[in-house]
Design a binder for this molecule. Structure first.
Ligand SMILES: NC(=O)c1ccc[n+]([C@@H]2O[C@H](COP(=O)([O-])OP(=O)(O)OC[C@H]3O[C@@H](n4cnc5c(N)ncnc54)[C@H](OP(=O)(O)O)[C@@H]3O)[C@@H](O)[C@H]2O)c1
Length: 326
């Protein structure tokens, strides 16, 4: 079978598609024919050796897939060959077949296609965990989403609206902000051309935002924090801009603001019950048409490297997906 291979940590253009042996499932593993594998920002960091997790080399990147079960290990009771599934795999997704631990596999809902299934869980589960469990977002509160047209950003807009918040989307181009409005943002800020702090303050009538969802970091975090209301919460999701901001803590003291870290992957281990409840909530919202992942582009496996470069270069709207068996 064909797979995208990272032989050595380094530039994204050194990734190659090559033939490797089909993997065999261990006792608690499921072998999946991958029909769609979503691209996430950490894939780009991981292949360059810049992510907190450094898989042993060589490895195949790709963290979330949807596909059809080909075979299962002896201890797997809930899945069988032919089942349509979604799986979180951390690595291995950009390949025609991949292995998943049985506890990380879930059924693909009957009314969901493979592309949507691959694009749903990582971003939407991150945003639901962030806004509900970490940010305690309340109906009627104002939520500001930075990097709002990206993968986690679009999911935060949709979930913020589903939780009853007023949502202000902030992004770098008008084109990206148009998409944010389309998926439900009430207001927008173009942080390439407008002053982020001043605009949030203006849009909230001087009060400031209640919750900031920040997957970007860099120069955007501090002005956003300065625009948080009394007892507002800044959710630290990631640092897509590349720089981890250093924040003067007087900004936190002065308005009893909170800075809250969000690490969805590990949170699922600390609170597996809460994770399952969140997945059920996402399925219910999807069935009701409340959330709808935006897949803006698909790529064949031969162009998976191009897809990863696109996300690293700030060129993606919503999610992009690799289709390894097309
Ligand atoms: N904490 C968690 O549990 C968790 C879970 C999932 C993802 N994450 C993190 O969340 C971040 C975003 O992930 P994602 O998949 O949503 O990525 P994405 O789709 O690429 O979105 C990131 C956004 O960041 C903005 N950005 C600003 N400067 C950038 C730069 N120099 N390069 C690239 N993007 C830049 C871009 O929006 P503009 O052009 O509009 O500024 C882009 O749309 C990543 O750091 C990822 O590791 C964290």
């Amino acid at each position: 079978m064909k797979a995208l291979i990272c032989e050595a940590y380094g530039p994204i253009d050194t990734l190659v598609v090559t033939d490797i042996l089909s993997p065999q499932p261990g006792p608690r593993q499921v072998l999946i024919e991958v029909r769609a594998a979503a691209v996430n920002f950490p894939d780009a960091l991981m292949v360059q050796g810049l992510y907190q997790v450094k898989p042993p080399l060589p490895f195949t990147p790709g963290a979330e897939v949807a596909g059809i079960v080909k075979a299962v290990g002896d201890e797997v009771k809930h899945f069988k060959a032919g089942d349509r599934v979604i799986a979180l795999v951390s690595t291995g997704g950009f390949a025609q077949e991949c292995l998943a631990e049985m506890t990380r596999v879930m059924p693909l809902p009957p009314d969901m296609d493979f592309e949507t299934g691959a694009a749903l869980v990582l971003t939407y589960a991150t945003s639901l965990h962030a806004l509900k469990d970490c940010g305690h977002l309340q109906p009627g509160e104002t939520l500001v989403v930075l990097g709002a047209a990206g993968g986690v950003g679009i999911s935060a807009i949709e979930i913020g609206k589903a939780m009853g918040a007023r949502v202000i989307a902030a992004a770098s181009t008008d084109d990206k902000l148009e998409l944010c409005r389309k998926v439900g943002a009430d207001e927008t800020v173009n942080y390439s051309t407008e002053n982020l702090k001043d605009r949030i303050t203006e849009l909230t009538g001087g009060k400031g935002a209640d919750v900031i969802y920040d997957p970007v970091g860099g120069p955007y975090t501090e002005p956003a924090l300065r625009a948080l209301a009394w007892r507002g919460r800044l959710l630290v999701i990631g640092f897509a801009a590349g720089e981890i901001p250093r924040i003067p803590l007087n900004l936190v003291l002065l308005k009893e603001r909170s800075i809250v870290g969000v690490y969805w992957g590990d949170s699922t281990k600390h609170d597996p019950g809460g994770h399952i409840a969140n997945l059920q909530q996402l399925n219910a919202w999807f069935a009701a048409g409340v959330i709808r992942p935006v897949v803006s582009e698909t790529f064949p496996l031969a162009a998976a490297q191009e897809a990863i470069a696109k996300i690293a270069n700030r060129q993606v709207k919503g999610k992009i997906v690799v289709l390894p068996n097309d």
